[in-house]
Write a protein of this length. Structure first.
Length: 253
C-alpha cells in the first residue's frame, strides 16, 4: 500500500496538519487517541477534532472504553483504508473530468491576456470590454493556448497515473475481501458438516441403543414364553363337570 495515497485523502478531508494521522493509523487497529496526539504533537482535543472530521467521511472508525478509576472514555481509532481509497478515487475522477472540460475549452476557444497584470479572459469577455483590461487599462493580447494545453495534459496524465494506482490498491483490497469471504464460507460449511456428522453419530448411537433394548426385550419375552410352555406341559388339565355327570348317571342305571 502506498502511504502517500492515504496522506492525500486525509489532507483533502481534514487539512495539511492531518497528513501524519495516516502514518499513525496505517495498518494498525484500535490505536489509543492519546498516542496519536503525542505523535502529532497536538493536544487531545486538537487530535479529536481532526479524527472527527475523518470519521464524518467514514475514513476512520472507533471503539471507546471507560476508565473505571477516572470515569472518562478513551477512544481507540482504526483507519478504513478501503473507504479512503474510494473517496480519493471519486475526487480524482472529478478533477480529471474538470481538466477534460478545460482542455476541450482550450482547444475550441480563444483566450486573451493582459500584458501588464497577466489577467486572462475569454474572447467574449474581451469583446465585452472592447479588448481593454478593466483592471489596468492595457490592451488585451491573444494568448497562446499551446502552453496551457500542455500544462492541462500534464496535470491530466499525472492524475490518471494516480487513478491507476488507486484502482490497483482497491483491486488488491477487494481480492483480500473475497478471499476472506470465501475462507469464512468454507469455515462455516465445515462447521455445518461437523455438526451434521455429530448429529448423525448421535442418531446412530440412539438407534443402536434402541435396537439393543428391543433385542433384550425380545429375548426376555422368548424366555418367558418358553418357561410358560414348559410349565403348562406339566399341569394336569381339569376334568369338565359335564363329563363327570354323564358317567355318574350311567352307573345308576
Amino acid at each position: 500500500m502506498n502511504i502517500e495515497l492515504l496522506r492525500d485523502v486525509v489532507v483533502m478531508v481534514a487539512g495539511k496538519n492531518a497528513g501524519q494521522i495516516a502514518d499513525s493509523l496505517f495498518d494498525k487497529k484500535n490505536v489509543n487517541e492519546f498516542i496519536i496526539a503525542k505523535k502529532l504533537g497536538l493536544t487531545i482535543n486538537q487530535a479529536r477534532n481532526i479524527l472527527y472530521k475523518l470519521s464524518d467521511e467514514g475514513l476512520v472508525s472507533f471503539i471507546r472504553k471507560k476508565d473505571r478509576k477516572k470515569g472518562w472514555y478513551t477512544y481507540f481509532w482504526t483507519f478504513n483504508t478501503d473507504k479512503a481509497l474510494v473517496l480519493l478515487q471519486k475526487h480524482v475522477l472529478k478533477e480529471i473530468g474538470q481538466l477534460e472540460h478545460q482542455l476541450k475549452s482550450r482547444e475550441q476557444k480563444r483566450f486573451y491576456i493582459c500584458p501588464s497584470c497577466h489577467t486572462e479572459v475569454t474572447e467574449e469577455t474581451a469583446l465585452l470590454h472592447n479588448f481593454i483590461c478593466s483592471e489596468c487599462g492595457e490592451v488585451y493580447q491573444l494568448n497562446d493556448n499551446k502552453k496551457a494545453i500542455t500544462e492541462v495534459n500534464s496535470s491530466m496524465n499525472k492524475l490518471k497515473r494516480q487513478l491507476e494506482e488507486i484502482n490497483k490498491e482497491i483491486g488488491i483490497i477487494d481480492e483480500k475481501k473475497m478471499k476472506k469471504i470465501e475462507s469464512d464460507r468454507k469455515k462455516i460449511e465445515k462447521e455445518k458438516m461437523e455438526k451434521r456428522r455429530k448429529a448423525q453419530l448421535e442418531r446412530n448411537k440412539a438407534k443402536k441403543k434402541l435396537m439393543k433394548h428391543k433385542v433384550k426385550k425380545i429375548k426376555k419375552t422368548k424366555k418367558f414364553l418358553k418357561h410358560k410352555k414348559i410349565k403348562k406341559k406339566f399341569i394336569k388339565k381339569p376334568v369338565k363337570k359335564t363329563a363327570r355327570k354323564k358317567k355318574h348317571s350311567k352307573k345308576k342305571r
